[in-house]
Design a protein around this ligand. Structure first.
Ligand code: ZN
Ligand code: ZN
Ligand code: FE
Length: 748
């Protein structure tokens, strides 16, 4: 006989880990104890050496799917003389040091019970167990125990209580466990806030089928739902929501329903049906179809993830628009009262319930690339899961950017990225941002000793950081925007540097005070040099050019010596350009895309940022050939004037827009290759990270790495955080860590 102490670090609380261990201990005929500890769980076991060793080997392999075992430590010793297996009370000294689980979609066992007549939770929309259900969105504070969640006000009935305490039961210590006797209830209200009698879910189904718009309370906020196939109805929703053209996400009943609308690869199927249930951007069966839902070639699709969704679809609804319930740039509506007030006039009816959402969390949004998520938005199902980097980062708060705001907090080797926050220029979103920073600091017991923000003097995240640093006497580091993008992609891939960063986005504050965004940098976390960029584009009226794309088109054409006929206000623009008045130069790649989209007549006035680029990508067909590229100067500048002249020539010669758009993509890929060859020759670096919002472009994302790898470059794209400004805070954090002299993990 021997004894084995096993320390397990990772996400092992609130995920059914202890019942699992209990069963495994019995299977292997061992005795001992288990208790929650500061960083996971601790086991003390007695048994024969072989059995203990076999147990230790089986443990990580057979762990529950929600458990994340980061590390186990084994210590052999003399037997302690245990006669049975007992669960000890938690070691309470450091309750906050554990990790919390994200919200998880309904599991197969619960789904079966939900649909089994006679089960005591038959058709009960809040069914859950240790393997599924709400987590992050119902937590008020840690430790993760029922009283500190939204379920605190629902005392368990004797039946639930029994399950909760039975270690053999799937609901052992499932904090949100409940049933129709003791748990929350769902109800349906009309637009006057009157509760309608009858089965709330059936009423909602009837209203949806009758062509009404229904607000549906989800895990992290309200959705607005309506029949997806009804184009006129969807247009009504757009009008009411003041959302003209931005694509809507759709929830489909099952995979078969998804396949009616979109192509689904095996990799995409895996992510769609996985327990995190993000919205996956899938290729439409026909590019031009479903234009009322999405004007580009992709449609954002997700599968039902709560029992309420499952019941809402029933057997006969195939696809519902499921768009976040919010108005323009305000955060997602998540409280019942707020929903009734603010969605009045938008929703015809409300399917609500009395389990409060504590924390807003939007649906995550991703493409699937190389079998994994490539995020446009990392939120529900992933947050508050940390990005593990190893090493010792200490307590740092990275404040992110502004429009796609996010923040990151670090503790030891873990970085906790926030959920999707939104545009801080909206006062309510800014308040949400500040609340979430405080919430994360409390949940993970992090007291930042160092702050880092963007160099942009007008970002509200910068203002927050400055104010807080001054108030708390904390050091503040400023990270250049594109350097932070580069660092984010390096950290995402566990690179220590140095390497080359090709960072293409719309807008970021440059070291010289101008706007950057088509950058080729070389460096590491601590420092960088700007070795490549693009010829700056004068933006008449500054930020107005982000939406009024013909302003960018005018600048490109005028600078290239091309005719500007057909552009409204050309005379005014010419005056502005000549006077140089309010024409800040921008080397943003996003602007170049916008301008070309406008020159081709694809879009001259954008209703959301990046729309020109999205539509130019959607228009592009596979085409041979590319336009001339001129690279010169220091930093090496891509002079787009030759390219613009060639585009105009082809446009005027009647070459189809789809071909020109395709060749424009080829041109940029060729330009990037040539720029990287030269920068590589100068620096001797062969590793390239691709970051910035432009790399949401799936044509660039697929083809540029292929070409680079063919030339022997090591190419890295984002895997765990988004390439757009939402992922920026991770890079800021790494820059701060490096500059503050903290040791960094060398990574892989
Ligand atoms: Zn379950
Ligand atoms: Zn109950
Ligand atoms: Fe950016």
């Amino acid at each position: 006989m021997e004894s084995l102490q096993i320390r397990i670090h990772g996400i092992v609380q609130g995920v059914g880990f202890r019942p699992f261990v209990h069963r495994l201990v019995r299977e292997y005929g061992l005795t001992g104890t288990i208790c929650n500890s500061s960083s996971g769980v601790e086991l003390e076991l007695d048994g024969e050496h072989e059995r203990l060793a076999a147990f230790a080997e089986a443990l990580p392999l057979r762990a529950p799917k929600l458990a994340v075992i980061e590390r186990t430590e084994l210590r052999w010793g003399r037997p302690k003389g245990f006669t049975d297996f007992t669960i000890l009370p938690s070691l309470t000294e450091e309750k906050r040091n554990t990790l919390l689980s994200p919200d998880i979609c309904i599991c197969d066992d619960c789904l079966r019970e939900l649909l089994t007549p006679g089960d005591r939770r038959y058709r009960y929309p809040f069914i859950n167990c240790t393997n599924c259900g709400p987590r992050f969105t119902i937590i008020k504070d840690v430790p993760y125990d029922r009283p500190l969640t939204s379920m605190g006000r629902f005392p368990m009935c004797p039946d639930c209580e029994r399950e909760y305490h039975d270690i053999e039961n799937r609901r052992y210590h499932a904090q949100p466990d409940c049933c129709p006797v003791c748990g929350p209830r769902v109800f349906f209200l009309d637009d006057e806030g009157r509760e309608l009698p009858g089965d709330a879910i059936e009423t909602a189904r009837a209203w949806l089928k009758a062509g009404k718009i229904v607000a549906v309370k989800g895990l992290g906020g309200m959705h607005l739902a309506c029949l997806a196939e009804d184009a006129a109805l969807v247009r009504t929703l757009r009008r009411r929501k003041e959302r003209d053209e931005k694509p809507f996400a759709v929830m489909c009943r099952d995979l078969a329903a998804v396949r009616k609308l979109c192509e689904v690869t095996a990799d995409e199927e895996k992510i769609l049906t996985g327990f995190r249930r993000p919205i996956v951007l899938l290729r439409k069966k026909e590019k031009a179809a479903l234009a009322h839902l999405s004007e580009n070639g992709f449609l954002g699709v997700m599968l039902p993830y709560t029992p309420l969704h499952v019941l809402l679809f029933g057997d006969d609804l195939d696809a519902l628009v499921m768009t976040s319930a919010n108005l323009s740039d305000t955060p997602i509506v998540y409280r019942n009262g707020e929903a009734l007030e603010r969605l009045r006039g938008i929703a015809d009816g409300f399917l609500l319930h009395d389990r409060d959402i504590q924390t807003r969390c939007d649906d995550s949004l991703c493409w699937v690339s190389g079998g994994a998520e490539y995020f446009a938005r990392r939120s529900r199902g992933y947050v508050p899961f940390p990005v593990q980097l190893g090493g010792e980062l200490g307590g740092i708060l990275a404040c992110g950017a502004e429009q796609k705001a996010s923040f990151c907090l670090s503790r030891e080797g873990s970085v906790f990225p926030s959920q999707h926050i939104g545009d801080l220029k909206n006062a309510e979103t800014l308040a949400h941002y500040e609340q979430q920073i405080a919430h994360f600091e409390r949940l993970f017991d992090i007291k930042p000793r160092l702050l880092v923000c963007d160099e942009h003097p007008d970002y509200l995240s910068t203002a927050y950081a400055q104010e807080r640093a001054a108030r708390e006497g904390l050091p503040l580091i400023r990270a250049q925007h594109h350097h932070a993008h580069m660092a984010a992609c390096m950290a995402d891939n566990g690179l220590a540097g140095p390497c080359i960063g090709l960072v293409w986005d719309g807008t970021g504050y440059g070291e010289d005070g101008t706007t950057w965004g088509g950058e080729c940098l070389a460096g590491d976390y601590a420092d960088f040099r700007r070795l490549g960029s693009i010829r700056p584009i004068p933006l008449m009226g500054g930020d107005r050019a982000v939406k009024e794309l013909d302003r960018v088109a005018f600048a490109l054409l005028e600078e290239s010596g091309c005719g500007t006929e057909g552009i409204e206000n050309a005379a005014l623009y010419r005056q502005m350009l000549c006077a140089g008045f309010n024409c800040p130069p921008s080397s943003g790649m996003g602007r170049l895309f916008d301008g070309v989209a406008a020159i081709l007549g694809i879009k001259t006035r954008a209703s959301y940022e990046g729309q020109g680029a999205v539509l130019l990508e959607a228009a592009a067909e596979e085409a041979e050939g590319c336009y001339p590229v001129v690279l010169a100067g220091e930093p090496l500048r891509y002079d787009w004037r030759e390219t613009v002249r060639a585009i105009v020539r082809e446009r005027d010669a009647g070459v189809p827009v789809s071909v020109i758009a395709g060749r424009f993509h080829n041109t940029l890929i060729g330009m990037a290759l040539e720029m990287l060859r030269r920068v590589s020759a100068e620096t001797g670096l062969r590793s390239v990270v691709l970051s910035g919002g432009t790399f949401q472009n799936q044509i660039l994302l697929r083809r540029l790495p292929e070409r680079l790898r063919a030339e022997g470059f090591a190419v890295y794209t984002h895997r765990r955080v988004s390439c757009n400004d939402e992922g920026l805070s991770l890079g800021q954090l790494m820059i701060a860590a490096a500059r503050s002299g903290r040791a960094l993990a060398a990574g892989k």
